[in-house]
Design a protein around this ligand. Sequence first.
Ligand code: PGA
Length: 257
Amino acid sequence: MNRRYRKTVIAGNWKMNMTASETKKFAEEMKKIMPRAKWCDTLICVPSCNIATAAKAFKDLRIAVGAENVYYEEKGAYTGEVSANMLKDLAVKYVICGHSERRQYFGETDQIVNKKVHAVLDAGMNPIICVGETLDQRETGITGDWIALQVKGALYGVSADKLRRCIIAYEPIWAIGTGKTATAEQAGEVCGNIRATIRSLYGARVARSVTIQYGGSMNPKNAAELLAQPDIDGGLIGGAALKPEQFVDIINAANQD
Ligand code: PGA
């Protein structure tokens, strides 16, 4: 973390878990234990059908509501899709773009991710842009090149001004939901490389203001060590964000004085 230049952001990603009733129950539990997080912003990305419930339930908790996905067209005949303005109208502040599960199961390409990033920015929200390599890519030594390409693709045409509203989440695919975490050094190195890529595109001042998260089996045990890396400014948390105590432990790790 480097709080002098950028925000620390702890984000939950509930994926396709939690019904609306479970969302309310989670909020009740959180009310008892949520710390006053002075040093970090907190949010949870929830399934789109639960956004309205979450917005109400999280209101007094200082937890912002995020969406897990968006469609990039403004409106029209796209049955089943949800636009950026629809999310914005429900008080959504953050939208995950290009999560590896969407890339893998729903065929999202860098070009689609880029369109989503633009749609989210144009609607005045903050995209959380996910990038990450497979185990094969890591083992063949192409992680650096691959991630740089994903970052450049996602940010194509994004102005420096708008980039300040973007969060990049580095999520090695082999660490997601597997209980395997990248070591703090591995994660720190890639996040440092992401910042170097942004520096090459936008210059040093902009690059140092961008929040870069780590995601992939972050939990109460490994959070402090990961967050101690200078280029890791928060976490995108799946499994551990479904359990109030674990999520709070991670918030506390990010909120040390
Ligand atoms: P995980 O998920 O924490 O369960 O590994 C992270 C993510 O996919 O965002």
